[in-house]
Design a protein around this ligand. Structure first.
Ligand code: HEC
Length: 188
């Protein structure tokens, strides 16, 4: 009996010590973050060429908006495993929400077209110094947000209209900087 009591008291002691220490830990001031490392991580960094951003973000997301012209997102059959679906329109965040998100993705991707240091596929730097570049980036941003709003309205007519705006926003820039021969003249 006495042995049991001793064991019981010991357990209570250990428990309360660990409780107190966790409270103390919770109240201890957070360690100051290493400033240099944190600052570097917060600055934008370049990971892909311009063509990779185009193929990886703008191509994919503009096609989600374009697809909503002919197929009503509301009636799209979701994939069996929603949260594993690689198809935005059929995923957990599918149907009209996928179209909304595609608009946001394009507007946000416009920011990626303004970061210094990115290069085009031919090695030339992205022509950030050209005021026209900025104008067309803004056009993309606006078209992305217009797509978002059209998707919010759940109207396929609005999507048909905004698809035209979007196509023009892409084409303006492409005419000058992409659709030139030979490819070495891109981004010039
Ligand atoms: C501000 C300018 C600009 C805007 C806006 C823009 N693009 Fe581009 N895009 C380019 C340039 C320049 C290239 C060529 C990039 C390279 O060769 O590195 C390109 C390349 C591409 C490519 C790759 C073509 C290939 O040769 O494989 C695709 C796809 C593409 N863009 C899609 C889009 C879509 C879709 C939009 C609109 C939603 C868009 N882009 C908006 C400038 C732009």
């Amino acid at each position: 009996m006495r042995v049991r009591n001793v064991v019981f008291v010991l357990i209570v002691c250990v428990l309360s010590v660990s409780l107190v220490s966790s409270v103390v830990a919770a109240q201890a001031p957070a360690k100051p973050a290493a400033p240099a490392q944190g600052a570097a991580a917060q600055a934008p960094q370049i990971h892909g060429s311009l063509i990779q951003v185009m193929r990886g973000i703008l191509f994919i997301n503009s096609n989600i908006v374009f697809a909503a012209q002919s197929e009503d997102p509301e009636t799209i059959e979701p994939d069996e495993f929603l949260s594993l679906s690689p198809s935005a329109l059929k995923s957990l965040y599918g149907k009209w929400m996928a179209v909304e998100n595609a608009g946001i993705a394009m507007a946000e991707a416009a920011n990626l077209l303004t970061i210094p240091g990115r290069r085009c596929s031919n090695g030339r730097p992205v022509p950030l110094q050209d005021p026209k570049w900025g104008e067309w980036v803004q056009g993309l941003r606006d078209a992305g947000m217009a797509s978002f709003k059209a998707a919010q309205s759940r109207s396929q007519d609005a999507i048909v209209e905004v698809s035209e705006t979007l196509t023009v926003a892409c084409a303006n820039c492409h005419e000058r900087y992409r659709d030139v021969e030979p490819i070495i003249n891109r981004c010039r």
